[in-house]
Ligand binder design. Sequence first.
Ligand code: ADP
Ligand code: MG
Length: 252
Amino acid sequence: MLHIEDLRVEISGKEILSNVNLHIPEGETHILFGPNGSGKTTLMHTIMGFSGYKVTRGRIVFKGEDITDLPINERARMGLGVSFQRPPTINGLSTRKMVEICATGGPVNVDQLAEQVHCTPFLTRDVNANLSGGEIKRSELLQLNAQRPDLVLLDEPESGVDLENIALLGESINNLLNRGIRRSAKSRHIGVGHTRKKSALVITHTGHILDYITADRGQVLNNGALQCSQNAREILKWIREYGYNECYKCAN
Ligand code: ADP
Ligand code: MG
């Protein structure tokens, strides 16, 4: 699904990523760990194609096609979707309208999708305007549920969400990734009836999200490169116990 080779990325002339190699097969969920400022968001935004991230070496291959130089809208059309760590407020655009715009694969039942992720009350409000941390994250998931991307990039989905709301968020993410979904007569309309799992790259700082999703693999971003590709829960255990500095020492 996603294949990244020897990726080097600069922001304003400064090297942020030096040598990233990443391979996410179809249907797999990979977790990306790393301390603040290590370049996690940079990697995600570069995959999605946001401006300001200059690829100076290497390439990004999605579904067998080199997308390194493709504009962001074409990447989205090919099936790449992202949820932001800190999504912006969009004044003048209602959440309902935004969800309709996101439904690039055809019309969706906005009310049903909103109900699933408990977003009904703010469909009429502007995107992210005065929403709580948890509501903003659910609104992001609502948009992704309408877009139905094949590779979902989630940047710290649990940040700013209190523990009481994290279960709801975790379940919504699990549903988005087509895991643990009950089939129903309605599934055709709400886009959860696929048997094929989506691929995902999930950035997490706290690791809470790992209680709800099945991670196939985790990796740690260190000094511009990925290291320690193994079981995500194992990595989290080590980070919690020893911190990143110790964790880096056992690079393998
Ligand atoms: P993380 O998501 O791991 O916390 P980021 O990818 O957001 O890290 O940031 C990596 C580094 O790049 C940081 O030092 C950050 O300050 C820098 N950076 C990110 N965006 C910009 C930008 N637009 N201009 C200049 N530096 C940036
Ligand atoms: Mg970040």
